[in-house]
Design a binder for this molecule. Structure first.
Ligand SMILES: Nc1ncnc2c1ncn2[C@@H]1O[C@H](COP(=O)(O)OP(=O)(O)OP(=O)(O)O)[C@@H](O)[C@H]1O
Length: 271
């Protein structure tokens, strides 16, 4: 095994995105995030891990520009003088695949390019490439209803990848899938991350999944949502079944579980 090919770039030296003292209070008074500061370096695989209600989705949506901040700052230091325009390099994968049921897999993956005005002929190579990336080349002409849950999620990932993002934001993408499918998709996401030299921010409440995937785990607590720990997972990539059954994996999983338990009730922790 070799060290992570690109996770080594130090977040603190070359942050892709920087959250500084970010607060979010919804209009009903809920404090979803309190004073969140976080640098995410180019090439990192960062999981936001925490129980329901700790502000993971809120943080991701603010980074994507889908939600306003109450106070604080989100900056993109290396690009465009740190302005918001860098957000065009971002793709978002939600827990639900959110596919258009009335049209084909091809059309679903084509959608982001269509919305940016790229015509079908010009977009076709990119769409085919994205489908090949997730192993769905043969399914371009089928409709979502003909696909399993895992395949629908692959289409959703292909749709996210078709624009060649630098930052992939994933909000509990595999939570609704069975364990086998989830494990397979975990491997696929790691492969994409390595091949495409992506930066990934991955929301999960699953300790085992976060340790398997991440170069770094940001542990969060609820009421109010806040960061309580930041743990580097210093295990080489590619990660395989051998890692899942290794003492190092168990060691990190115990450590991460403890980080959650140090601030939360046992019932909040989902293995
Ligand atoms: N639109 C909203 N209006 C009011 N409160 C909200 C809104 N969206 C989220 N919240 C609240 O903000 C807090 C953080 O929610 P958020 O969805 O970010 O947490 P999460 O960690 O992603 O949770 P989950 O794992 O359940 O998705 C929760 O208390 C939630 O109820």
């Amino acid at each position: 095994m070799t060290p992570a090919p690109h996770a080594e770039s130090a977040a603190r030296q070359h942050p892709l995105v920087r959250l500084a003292h970010v607060n979010k209070r919804y209009s009903n008074g809920t404090v979803a995030l309190r004073d969140m500061s976080l640098d995410v370096g180019e090439g990192e695989f960062v999981s936001l891990l925490g129980p329901s209600g700790c502000g993971k989705s809120t943080a991701l949506r603010m980074i994507a520009g889908l939600l306003s901040l109450s106070s604080g700052e989100i900056r993109w230091p290396d690009r465009d003088g740190g302005s918001d325009t860098a957000r065009q390099d971002i793709s978002f994968v939600f827990q639900e695949p959110t596919l258009m049921p009335w049209t084909t897999v091809f059309e679903n993956v084509y959608l982001p390019l269509k919305l940016s005005g790229v015509d079908r002929a010009a977009a076709t190579p990119a769409v085919k490439d994205a489908l090949a990336l997730v192993g769905l080349s043969k399914f371009a002409d089928v409709y979502p209803r003909e696909l399993s849950g895992g395949m629908k999620m692959r289409v959703s990932i292909a749709r996210a990848m078709v624009t060649h993002p630098k930052l992939l934001l994933m909000d509990e993408p595999f939570a609704a899938l069975d364990e086998m499918t989830r494990a397979k998709l975990n491997d696929d996401v790691l492969r994409l991350w390595q091949e495409r030299k992506l930066t990934v921010m991955f929301v999960t409440h699953n300790v085992w999944e976060s340790v398997y995937l991440s170069s770094r785990i940001v542990v969060m607590a609820a009421r109010p949502g806040r960061v309580v720990d930041d743990i580097r997972i210093d295990a080489p990539y590619p990660r395989t079944e051998a890692f899942r059954t290794s003492p190092l994996y168990t060691e990190y999983s115990v450590r991460v579980s403890q980080a959650l338990r140090s601030t939360l009730g046992e019932n909040d922790v989902d293995h």
